[in-house]
Design a protein around this ligand. Structure first.
Ligand code: BES
Ligand code: ZN
Length: 640
């Protein structure tokens, strides 16, 4: 029936354009097809969604689901309020690997639907027949155990080892593997959710959250502010809550919650710091949840509840810039959102810039300079690796048809932040902060393209000041490759001292004479990065004997040390390396280590033996990358 309607509509529109004559209106008649450009006039064209929001768009979700650990399935109803803007007879959603049982409309009557097409990064188009007056669709569905957004962990893979755990990761386009939705960063909706989980577990979402377990395993949530689908998030586990400040706190498994509350003890202060700079926090509470070590990222800025890796708990608060980063997304990203994944730097570049401003307020300039130099080194290495003229080094990307994961490079983060730092230096901090505050306010809860930002920036800040325009060269940064030649490099006085230590060590000083007593994590990272290569076994042994790198509880330091361990075949620490690779699933650490191992035949064999044991602990996001590095046969998991 639906097919007939569609071909009829097509026939009518073809006839209309062909003959330019009017046809008698019938009940089934739909509007003639408009061009994509016209249809999406207020939405930027997003290549990673099938949705056509200019025709029919979702505005609110009522989610009612059950989480089943035995079958690894989330199932229930996703009920949407929809706005049919053009009187179309079809609303299109995104779906990847979802089983759709039925779809009903507001009156409870079933309506036709079809899952159409398939693409590896987009999944399938969910076409639902609606009428001009439809305002509600109810989708009865179930996710599959292989859903990429979901990681189901056994008790053994958690900190307390007693209960299973589930967490979601929806960015960039994975929300559609656990909820049928219009999965584009440019489409926002509010939501309410009812979630049923096994008794004894707590469920938390990117929404208002419980602080106690419910006796029956039923939880309700409310997210009043409109968010895009990539910020939909759920975690379920045997977790407890500990308050930090009036608006802040942390969720974690019982055995680590005290440590976590200490580590993130400055959370409230971070929050008030950004508010002072860039305007009120608009999401009510700000809490963290510390996930099990397989979480593939450092952090994920799920609104009201940032998800973080336990690898940032170093015991000395030295890795909290990740939290400053995710918190900053409450302005850059969650409030003013990249319109498409090509504009990813609008989220991440701004956020790295804000993160460093928080760090400067809390820890001072010389501390933040270290972070900036480490970031600059990463950026240079990335550009070197990609090639200086590579179009993927532009801030505005052209991902066209590729895995959106490829947007996730230091370009968006570090080139983006360096660009904003350049503007700050050109216009002065005061004026720049005023601009930013106005920008977050004016475009709150809206999406932003690179082009729109450039236009707004030129109008508001540059005006007709030619000298300033030349200093900033906005077009070179946004639409050009590499780092514009006008940029001066970042320097750090504290790193200059580390450089001297490296030099005296190279000249024969013993490790104990290097004056490292007051070094922070960042100085150690710089030290490890600056060490020469190759290094003899004896020299590595002496370094390890003095600084005990191989037993470091600091994931950043131990990962940087392991690079030397691998490149110099320092076999004594291979046991520790294996332990680390089996336990930790954070891709930022795994990729460089497996890449380093893959450089020689012998080490590649070691890598594969470790990987056989470790892979099952990794999230699909991580193992997909490592499969590529090791040439592991990657069977695509029936997600069509
Ligand atoms: N939003 C990102 C994580 C992300 C990006 C997930 C793209 C999926 C696709 C998050 O804010 C982030 O940038 N995390 C960083 C930490 C940060 C301190 C640079 C990470 O996980 O490494
Ligand atoms: Zn980020």
């Amino acid at each position: 029936m639906q097919k007939i309607n569609r071909s009829l509509a097509l026939a009518i529109s073809v006839l209309l354009t062909a003959t330019q004559c009017s046809m008698p209106k019938t009940e089934n008649e739909t509007k003639p097809a408009l061009s994509n450009k016209q249809l999406n006039s207020t939405f930027a064209i997003d290549e990673y969604t099938y949705a056509r929001p200019a025709e029919a768009v979702i505005t609110h979700l009522d989610l009612d689901v059950e989480v089943n650990f035995a079958s690894k399935i989330i199932s229930g109803v996703a009920s949407y309020h929809v706005v049919n803007k053009t009187g179309t007879n079809m609303i299109i959603l995104d779906s990847k690997g979802l089983e759709i049982e039925k779809v009903t409309l507001g009156d409870g009557e079933s309506t036709e639907f079809a899952l159409v097409g398939y693409s590896q990064y987009m999944g399938r188009k969910l076409e639902i027949t609606i009428s001009q007056s439809t305002t509600r669709i109810n989708i009865y569905y179930a996710s599959r155990p292989e859903a990429v957004a979901l990681q189901w962990l056994s008790p053994q893979q958690t900190a307390d080892k007693k209960s299973p755990y589930l967490f979601t990761q929806s960015e960039p386009c994975l929300a559609r593997t656990w909820i049928p939705t219009q999965d584009s960063p440019g489409i926002r909706f509010t939501y309410n959710a009812k979630v049923r989980v096994p008794k004894g577990l707590m469920a938390v979402m990117s929404a208002s959250n419980p602080t106690e377990k419910s006796p029956d395993g039923n939880y309700t949530f409310e997210m009043k502010q409109p968010i895009p689908a990539y910020l939909m998030a759920l975690a379920v586990g045997d977790i407890v809550f500990k308050s930090i400040g009036p608006r802040t706190g942390v969720y974690a498994e019982a055995s680590i919650v005290d440590q976590a509350a200490y580590e993130f003890g400055e959370l409230e202060e971070m929050l008030t710091t950004v508010e002072k700079l860039y305007g009120e926090y608009r999401w009510d509470r700000y809490d963290l949840i510390v996930l099990p070590p397989s979480f593939p990222f450092g952090g994920m800025e799920n609104p009201r509840l940032t998800f973080v890796t336990p690898t940032i708990i170093a015991g000395d608060r030295s890795l909290v810039s990740v939290v400053a980063h995710e918190l900053s997304h409450s302005w850059s990203g969650n409030l003013v959102t990249s319109a498409t994944w090509n504009d990813f730097w609008i989220n991440e570049g701004f956020t790295v810039y804000l993160e460093r401003r928080i760090m400067e307020e809390l820890y001072g300039k010389s501390y933040t300079e270290m972070l900036m130099v480490l970031g600059y080194q990463d950026l240079q290495a990335t550009i070197e690796y990609m090639g200086h003229e590579n179009e993927d080094t532009h801030l505005k990307l052209n991902l066209a048809g590729r895995d959106p994961d490829e947007a996730l490079t230091d370009i968006a983060y570090e080139k983006g932040a360096l660009f904003l730092q350049t503007i700050e230096e050109a216009v002065g901090r005061e004026k720049w902060d005023e601009f930013l505050k106005g920008y977050f306010d004016k475009f709150a809860f809206q999406s932003m393209t690179s082009d729109r930002f450039v236009e707004y920036f030129n109008k508001e800040l540059i005006g007709d000041d030619k000298e300033l325009a030349a200093k900033v060269s906005v077009n070179k940064w946004v639409y050009g490759p590499g780092i514009p030649e006008t940029r001066t490099i970042n320097v750090s006085e504290r790193f200059a001292i580390v450089d001297q230590a490296v030099a005296s060590w190279e000249n024969g000083a013993s490790p104990s004479e290097l004056g490292t007593e007051k070094w922070t994590t960042h100085e150690w990272l710089h030290f490890l990065r600056q060490l020469p290569s190759p290094l003899s076994e004896e020299r590595l042994r002496l370094l390890d004997a003095e600084f005990d790198f191989s037993n470091s509880q600091n994931a950043e330091i131990i990962a940087a040390w392991f690079i030397h361990v691998i490149s110099n075949n320092y076999k004594k620490s291979y046991g520790k390396l294996e332990e680390f690779l089996i336990k930790v699933g954070r891709r930022k650490f795994l990729s460089p280590l497996y890449k380093e191992l893959a450089k020689t035949e012998q080490n590649k064999k070691v890598a594969i033996e470790i990987y056989k044991k470790a892979r099952k602990n990794y999230h699909a996001i991580s193992y997909t990358t490592i499969d590529g590095i090791l040439g592991w046969e990657h069977r695509y998991l029936g997600m069509d």
